[in-house]
Ligand binder design. Structure first.
Ligand code: NOJ
Length: 545
């Protein structure tokens, strides 16, 4: 039964609604635009779509700051459009997962506005405290926000401070208050009744603040996390939501975004039926350097060890290489210049052949790349603005600051989807898109790649088709194979079906391992077997064992 659940057999495609397809020419993607591309997704073999937030929001953090969970942001359409999306997706065998952002709301949410009245029951929906110091003008503790700066803001109207682990426009909800759980369960139930398949739960492993004591650790970001990351209360709440709501909807999925998760807590999330899967960040951390700017080259052996740790450590993984918070994976882990196609396909095979549910982020399937270096002032990303502010205090040369800002800017992965080589890459009829279209649309676009049998897109299509049909790839065991250097390999096995995944995670030409010789190839990113017993740069093969 457990093995039959849809998420164990389907690939998830993440849509960033603002950037996917604009139906009304305002330069912003919308729900009717998504509906118009459902055939494309069906054809790609997608079974589940995860939508980044579409709720009413001031969009300070692009929707991860919700002002009303029950209405759709007018930029994206109406609730009727959303219902139509559910219906049209269902007709094509596709289910919709929504984003549930409930660590915090927007400061423009009615709950927060009402909470400013100390006598209102809403006051206790958030974490309001008196300040320290004689005049109460110092924050209640030394925690820092994960978006830089203090985690508390003072409201003179209230005469108190409120906690925000992200920006000051994202006040944290108080999960000690049972009313908050009640409200969130009502939201979940509202969408489940509509036929939503489930939720991707934003920063869900930090909702329960166990204490508000001072934190230890680096002030730069997230100081205090030992008091709120994966506390017992957090586990309890998730299990409660499962019992109260999801037990009623066995055909559903709960996916957690769980920053800094460890194996012990990861197992607990799954074994205690709190979540069906969760995103760990360990692979995404491997190339990080100063200020979260990504610029170290990843060592393939460390990559392998990290990925295998999770494959062997928990019963199910949410596998991903890209999303709306991560730079494009070919820029980070492949070679966008010399081996764009090869490395794009190799990364696809890595992601889709691990055990767990594969997530593909819009544009990843055509090998979209980061934007070229640009003036940081153009950025639409609040994290960029905040880091730019901090950088002002440092005596770094201008070029260096610019480089850092360009590396952390989330606009790279949020730039419009490239459908064709026309105006705004076919994303919009307007030339004025909310983020500019990447100049490389001339060769990286759906239309061109559809026509090229050797394209990254057609590789994804074939790989997803194989994935969906193969019990070994969907639910089969993960068996690591011994390899050295840049070679990474593993087996997937279910009953008599046994497959070998063989990857060269680099530009070199390492030796073809003996276990791979003479095996039948199901899919590869090169033509024919290599002649000299060596793997080619970024070679990736799926073999019959
Ligand atoms: C994680 C989301 O993915 C990210 O986009 C957002 O900025 C933070 N959580 C805060 O909600």
């Amino acid at each position: 039964m457990e093995n039959e659940r849809l998420f164990r057999h389907g690939v998830v495609y993440q849509i960033y609604p603002r950037s996917f397809c604009d139906s009304n020419g305002d330069g912003i993607g919308d729900l009717p635009g998504i509906i118009s591309k459902l055939d494309y997704l069906q054809n790609l073999g997608i079974k589940i779509i995860w939508l980044s937030p579409i709720y009413k929001s001031p969009l300070m953090d692009m929707g991860y700051d919700v002002a009303d969970y029950y209405s759709i942001h007018p930029d994206y359409g109406t609730m009727e459009d959303f219902d139509r999306l559910l219906e049209e997706a269902k007709k094509r065998g596709i289910r919709i997962v929504m984003d549930l952002v409930v660590n915090h709301t927007s400061d423009e949410h009615e709950w927060f506005i009402r909470s400013k009245d100390k006598t209102s029951p809403y006051h206790d929906y958030y974490i309001w405290r008196k300040g320290r110091g004689e005049d109460g003008m110092e924050p209640p503790n030394n925690w820092t926000s994960q978006f830089t700066g203090p985690a508390w803001s003072y409201d003179p109207e209230v005469g108190e401070w409120y906690l925000h682990l992200f920006s000051k426009k994202q006040p944290d909800l108080n999960w000690h208050n049972p009313k908050v759980l009640e409200e969130v369960e009502a939201i979940i139930d509202f969408y489940m009744k509509k036929g939503v398949y489930g939720f991707r739960c934003d920063v869900i492993n930090q909702i329960y603040k166990e204490s508000l004591e001072d934190g230890i650790g680096n002030a730069a970001s997230g100081r205090g996390s030992e008091h709120y990351l994966m506390k017992d209360g957090n586990h309890r709440i998730l299990r409660q939501i499962h019992d109260d709501i999801f037990a009623k909807y066995p055909d559903s999925v709960m996916i957690g975004e769980t920053f800094n998760v460890d194996l012990e807590n990861g197992r607990r999330f799954l074994e205690n039926q709190e979540l069906d899967m969760f995103f760990h960040f360990d692979l995404m951390e491997l190339d990080k350097a100063m200020f979260g700017a990504f610029h170290k080259k990843v060592n393939p052996e460390v990559w392998k060890k990290t990925a295998f740790k999770w494959q062997e450590g928990v019963s199910w993984n949410a596998n991903y290489l890209e999303n709306h918070d991560q730079l494009r994976s070919i820029n980070r882990f492949g070679d966008p210049k010399r081996y764009w196609k090869e490395s794009g396909k190799m990364l696809a095979m890595f992601n889709l052949c691990l055990r767990g549910t594969p997530f593909v982020y819009e544009g990843q399937e055509i090998g979209m790349l980061n934007l070229p270096m640009r003036d940081p002032a153009k950025s639409k990303d609040c994290v960029s603005w905040m880091v730019a502010d901090i950088l002002k205090k440092y005596p770094f040369p201008k070029w260096f600051k610019r480089r850092i800002l360009n590396r952390i800017d989330r606009d790279h992965e949020r730039a419009p989807m490239q459908w064709n080589d026309g105006v705004s890459a076919g994303f919009s009829t307007s030339k004025d898109t909310w983020i500019e279209v990447n100049e490389n649309k001339s060769y990286i676009n759906v239309e061109a790649e559809k026509a090229d049998p050797d394209s990254i897109l057609n590789f994804y299509r074939r790989l997803i088709a194989i994935h969906n049909e193969s019990e070994a790839l969907c639910t089969g065991e993960f068996i690591p194979l011994e390899t050295k250097g840049s070679v990474i390999a593993w087996k997937r096995k279910s009953g008599d079906e046994e497959l070998i995944v063989l990857l060269n995670f680099g530009k070199g030409k390492p030796k073809l391992p003996a276990f791979a010789k003479g095996k039948e190839t199901l899919l590869s990113n090169y033509e024919g077997e290599s002649k000299n017993g060596k793997l080619r740069p970024f070679e990736a093969c799926l073999l019959k064992a």
